[in-house]
Design a binder for this molecule. Structure first.
Ligand SMILES: NC(=O)c1ccc[n+]([C@@H]2O[C@H](COP(=O)([O-])OP(=O)(O)OC[C@H]3O[C@@H](n4cnc5c(N)ncnc54)[C@H](O)[C@@H]3O)[C@@H](O)[C@H]2O)c1
Length: 459
C-alpha cells in the first residue's frame, strides 16, 4: 500500500511506543516506524508480551502492527524513508561532569541528531518529543545544519503530556497538544504538518501552537507545577498529624475553590516516576545558569519536600513499631511509582526499601506488575529482600504492611484474612490513604494513615 507520509519515531520507550501506536491507529494513511537501539525491546514490541504495561495499549498495537505500525532496529533505513522524525529518546539527569545530578544528559539526543544528518537523503521535519531544556532546539539546529548535503531540517517541539498508567486515554483525549516552532515560513509549515497529525482525532481548540522556546519550557513548567502540588499537600499532611486536622477534609475544602481545583491533592509517600524529579532539577539548573538563584531555590524545595515525605514515612514506621524494625517482617504493598504501570523509575518504594534495610528489617515486596523491575532496582540487595506476587502470601507472619502504590486491588483484599495470618500486634501504614481505616482498626490493626489521626490500640 502507498502511504501518504512516512513517520519515524526514534526511541521505543514509555512515550515513543504508545504515542506512535495511537498516531498509527488514528492516521491509517501514514506509515509509522518505531526504531530503537535496544534489540530486546523491539522483539517485545513485535510479540504478544509488550515491553511496557499500559491499560489499552495491547489492543491499539494489535490493531495496527504490521499494517501501518512497525517496530524495528533499522534506524538508518528508517531515517532515509521518513518525512517526519519524532525523537523520543531518554533524557536522564547527568551523572558526570558539569551539571552532575542536575542538568539533562543530552548525549542520546545528540547522537540521534548526528545519525539523522548522516543518513538523511532529503529535507525532514525533526520533532522534539523528549522533554528537553529550553533552547535545546538551538543546539540541535547547529548540528543538523552542519551538513554538506544541502538538506534542510526544520526542528519543531511537541512535548508529550501523557501520564503513565493512563497513557492511551491521555493520548486519545488529550487536555491539549503543544506544537512549538520558529515563526518563519518553513517553521510554520512544519508546525502545520504536526498539527495535521493530531487533527485526525483532536479538535482545533485542543491544539496549541507557540514559539519553540515556550513549547520546550512549558513541558518543564507543567511537570514542576504538578510535582509542586504533591509536595504542597504532603507538607500539610505532616502538619495535620501534629494538629488532629484531617488531610482528606482539607483537600476537599481547599480543592472546592475553582481557582485551585480538586486534582492532585491526595497525600502520598512522595512522587516518583522518571520525569518529575529530573525535570525539576533541570529547571533548577537552567534558572541557576541564568543567575536566578531565588527561582532555582524555590523549585528545588519541591524535591526537598518529597525527600522529607519519604524519610518521614520510614521514620514513623520505626517509631511506631517500638523504635526498632530489626528482624521484623515489613511487607510493601506495591513497588511501582503509581498504579496501573510496572514502571519503578524513581519510585519512592526504592528509597523506602533501602532505608528499611538499613534498619535491618526483612522486606517483602508484592506488586501486580512491577516485580521484575523491582528485582533490577534492588539487585545489590539480593538475599535481603523477598518478592511475592500474591499479597496474601506476602503478608503471612508479617509484622507490618506499608501501602506504597495505590493499586485498586489493594482496596479489595480481605483484610480480616490478612490480619489472621500476621504477627500481633499488626500494623498498617497507609502511604496512599486508600484503605478503610476504621474497618482495619476494628479488625485489630494499628493503623497509621497520612495526615490523619492514627488509630492505635496501645492506649
Ligand atoms: N515516561 C513518561 O511518562 C514521559 C512522559 C512525557 C515525556 N517523557 C519524556 O519522553 C522522553 C522519553 O521517555 P521514556 O519514558 O519513553 O524513556 P524510555 O527510557 O522508556 O525510552 C527511551 C528509548 O530510547 C532509546 N534510545 C536511546 N538512544 C537511542 C538512539 N540513539 N537510537 C535509538 N533509540 C535510542 C532507548 O533504548 C529507550 O528504549 C524523555 O525525555 C522523557 O522525559 C516521558
Amino acid at each position: 500500500m502507498e502511504f501518504k507520509k512516512n513517520i519515524l519515531c526514534i526511541g521505543a520507550g514509555y512515550v515513543g511506543g504508545p504515542t506512535m501506536a495511537v498516531i498509527a491507529m488514528k492516521c491509517p494513511e501514514y506509515k509509522v516506524n518505531v526504531v530503537d537501539i535496544n534489540n530486546e525491546k523491539i522483539k517485545q514490541w513485535n510479540s504478544d508480551q509488550l515491553p511496557i504495561f499500559e491499560p489499552g495499549l495491547d489492543e491499539v498495537v494489535q490493531k495496527c502492527r504490521g499494517k501501518n505500525l512497525f517496530f524495528s532496529t533499522e534506524i538508518e533505513k528508517g531515517i532515509r524513508e521518513a518525512d517526519i522524525i519524532f525523537v523520543s529518546v531518554n533524557t536522564p539527569t547527568k551523572t558526570f561532569g558539569e551539571g552532575t545530578g542536575m542538568a539533562s544528559d543530552l548525549q542520546y539526543w545528540e547522537k540521534t541528531a548526528h545519525q539523522i544528518v548522516e543518513h538523511a537523503n532529503g529535507d525532514k521535519t525533526i520533532v522534539e518529543k523528549s522533554t528537553l531544556p529550553v533552547r535545546t532546539a538551538e543546539a540541535m539546529e547547529r548540528i543538523l545544519k552542519a551538513n554538506d548535503k544541502g538538506f534542510h531540517f526544520e526542528v519543531v517541539s511537541n512535548p508529550e503530556f501523557l501520564a503513565e498508567g493512563t497513557a492511551i486515554r491521555d493520548l486519545l483525549d488529550s487536555d491539549r497538544v503543544l506544537v512549538g516552532s520558529h515563526k518563519t515560513e518553513r517553521g510554520m509549515a512544519a508546525a502545520r504538518e504536526i498539527v495535521n497529525i493530531y487533527k485526525h482525532w483532536l479538535s482545533d481548540d485542543k491544539i496549541i501552537t507557540t514559539n519553540l522556546w515556550s513549547s520546550e519550557l512549558s513541558k518543564l513548567v507543567a511537570n514542576a507545577f504538578l510535582a509542586q502540588r504533591i509536595s504542597s499537600i504532603n507538607s500539610i499532611s505532616a502538619l495535620c498529624e501534629k494538629t488532629d486536622a484531617d488531610i482528606t477534609e482539607i483537600s476537599y475544602a481547599v480543592g472546592a475553590d475553582s481557582r485551585i481545583g480538586n486534582k492532585f491533592l491526595n497525600p502520598s509517600v512522595g512522587f516518583g516516576g522518571s520525569c518529575f524529579k529530573k525535570d525539576i532539577l533541570n529547571l533548577v539548573y537552567i534558572a541557576r545558569s541564568y543567575h536566578l538563584n531565588e527561582v532555582a531555590d524555590y523549585w528545588h524545595q519541591v524535591i526537598k519536600m518529597n525527600d522529607f515525605q519519604k524519610d518521614r514515612f520510614v521514620r514513623q514506621i520505626v517509631k511506631e513499631m517500638f523504635s526498632t524494625v530489626a528482624n521484623k517482617k515489613i511487607v510493601l504493598f506495591g513497588f511501582a511509582f503509581k498504579a496501573n504501570t510496572g514502571d519503578t523509575r524513581e519510585s519512592p518504594a526504592i528509597d523506602i526499601t533501602k532505608k528499611l534495610l538499613e534498619e535491618r528489617a526483612q522486606v517483602i515486596i508484592t506488586d501486580p506488575q512491577a516485580l521484575d523491575n523491582a528485582r533490577m532496582d534492588l539487585k545489590n540487595y539480593d538475599g535481603l529482600v523477598t518478592y511475592e506476587p500474591n499479597p496474601y502470601r506476602a503478608a503471612e507472619s508479617a509484622d507490618a504492611i506499608a501501602i506504597i502504590t495505590e493499586w485498586n486491588e489493594y482496596k479489595l483484599l480481605d483484610y480480616q484474612k490478612i490480619y489472621a495470618a500476621m504477627k500481633k500486634p499488626a500494623f498498617i501504614f497507609d502511604g496512599r490513604n486508600i484503605l478503610n481505616h476504621e474497618e482495619l482498626y476494628k479488625i485489630g490493626f494499628n493503623v497509621y494513615p497520612l495526615g490523619k489521626t492514627q488509630l492505635s490500640h496501645f492506649k
